[in-house]
Design a protein around this ligand. Sequence first.
Ligand code: BGC
Length: 764
Amino acid sequence: MHQVMALAMVCLLVAPSILRAQNPLIEDEIEAKVEALLQKMTLEEKVGQLNQHSGSWDVTGPVPAGNEYAQRRAELLKKGGVGSMLNIVGAEATYEAQKLAVENSRLGIPLIFGYDVVHGFKTIFPIPLGESASWDLKAIESSARVAAIEATASGLTWTFAPMVDVGRDPRWGRVMEGAGEDPYLGTQIALARMKGFQGDDLTDENTMMATAKHFAGYAFSESGRDYNTVDVGTTTLYNIILPPFEATAKAGIASVMNSFNDLNGIPANGDSFLQRELLKEAWGFGGFIISDWGSIRQMINHGYSKDLKQAAYHAITSGNDMDMESQAYQNHLKELVESGEVDIRIVDEAVRRVLRMKFHLGLFDDPYKYSDTDREKALLYTDEHRAIARDVAKRSIVLLKNDRSVLPIGDDVKNIAVIGHLANDKDTPLGNWRGRGESGSAVSLLEGIQNAVGSKVKVSYAEGYTMSTDDGVFNRALHFPEDDGSGFAEAIKIAKKADVVILTVGEKALQTGEGRSKVDISLTGRQLDLFNEIRKVNDNVVVVLMAGRPIVEPELYEQSTTLLNTFHLGTEAGNAIADVLFGKYNPSGKLTMSIPRAIGQIPVYYNHKSAGRPSPGPGDEGSVFWSHFNDEENTPQYPFGYGISYTTFEYSAPELSGSTMGMNETVEVSVDVTNTGDFDGEEVVQFYIRDRFASTMRPVQELKGFEKVMIKKGETKTITFTIDKETLSFYTHKGEWVAEPGMFSIMIGGSSDNVQMVELELLD
Ligand code: BGC
């Protein structure tokens, strides 16, 4: 304990000057106000600011009669015993709760209201994994912007997003909340989403605090099982997991949430290396750290804290500022300070951080400014927001196959068969973590197709296979009801008569997300059987895959001729998919997470290190003594960066402005990309490197830049990336950020598995 405390104190003493130098959240005027308020606070009031409670007061008003728990919480609010509430939503409910805190407590310190606004609030956007496939930072920022406009009009001041966990294991249901497997792209997306939520000025009535979560390593939960232990090496931690946290912390993100897992046997919640040394000290993070739900208490289950009091001690001394729903601080922090076990300066530091954000939000000037029922009525679910949601959704769709050029569907098509339970499902497109998106409110694919064709084309529908509707809202769904195949006949009948079949397969909304880890991520039930039956009777089958994670189903990928990966696309899903099907929009998405060929390959990802035996020796192709599977390829079904278009793009060989580069010089790499097909289209030009030899092994490929560019048919555009020392730097196994002289492969192409290469030497 003493060691932890000593370290905490060192960090406290050095932190302020570093913060002042680095973090955009540190402003002298606000710091002075924070200090003045802190001086007036009693120990109880300080501890109060560090507690976060959950409530659902929008149902019956702030203090439901007869609800003792709510009564107790109301008393606590009146005493200034709560710093923040989560899950209170709505202008009225937040107004009432705010009033309790502001008008009754001695110092009248306002509350901040937090909620998981993950991919939209009322107007729902694609799940973040889907959105990431757009590689369109402007679109991604606009989705977060709309979410913030709606959420703040409903009284919220804080979202627990973006989740910036770089993930490689699709068995982990929470990959739906992230931006895929790459740290560079993940960082750009994290910054775009942060900007969308926080805007340029947090005092604006339509901007809100964002949260980078989960700090750190949560996506590496062993075997993809949620809440499981994590065991990663230093180079993976520094180069893969931490970059989006570092970038958002330095850019001024308002909060960071720690994670349910441990790293090296220390629960993240009690880890002073992560929270103090890295985040607060080295990166100069100026916001505050919130625990995850109950994660302080969970340190007891981890076998790290012997009781809640010690858990509170571990959390506060290692840098966790606010306690979400463990009631560890509420019950024990005062006592820990009074007994001298926790230095008051540690508590003061945490309180300062919370107050700082309340000043930044402008809550002391007007605690009710987010709780305006007129704004709430005017700003939610508007036509404008729905139009933006449709735009982002169509950009998120990835075309995987179009072998027979069935897409885009032309005017000659007069009879379309739409098949599959998911095509007529108005709920699934909302995905998991759908904020206040109303159940069943999405535009289904069937509706989208009908909207697009009107009465000109005959559209028939058959459900085909059944899917459980009770697929685990909060229940485990281990067994799906048997499908007796009774829907097949009707589906086959309409497929036979149709010019084109649109067949949807995939996952329902709540088969993915938190607590939805799966060992089998292939299609459930009889979906694959139906696909096989339908393709026997019609050659023009367009498969629309709707899921929250990469689905492993080799037969589907290999036997289909036309395949769209659409994810869960939100409120406007059906219209957006129809935009792509009928060629109103030429698909431009690229995968941000590899699709494995087999579950046993997981994790399979593009930026892996090279094995010592990466391939069979020359003339020894039959050998087994190299790094491979005896029953499967090493490569994924579809790699990171893959996605095709209705048009085709041809790349010239990349050219460097110089073949050597001094440490303080820059070199440019350029490529000509020509649209050689029949449609205008957007291409995501991807730039990768490989450091050939380094003091710490480097991946075979690392994304270092990309540009999404519109190229008209027949047109050629030159795309240029600048390479500097930073581009070629990495964290060593000791956590040092270095660029080492030597040879680098510079690669450019339209997918991680389709690049052309040129060599660059970095000189000493
Ligand atoms: C999740 C967090 C979320 C929190 C509050 C937890 O279970 O891990 O990501 O923000 O709940 O809803």
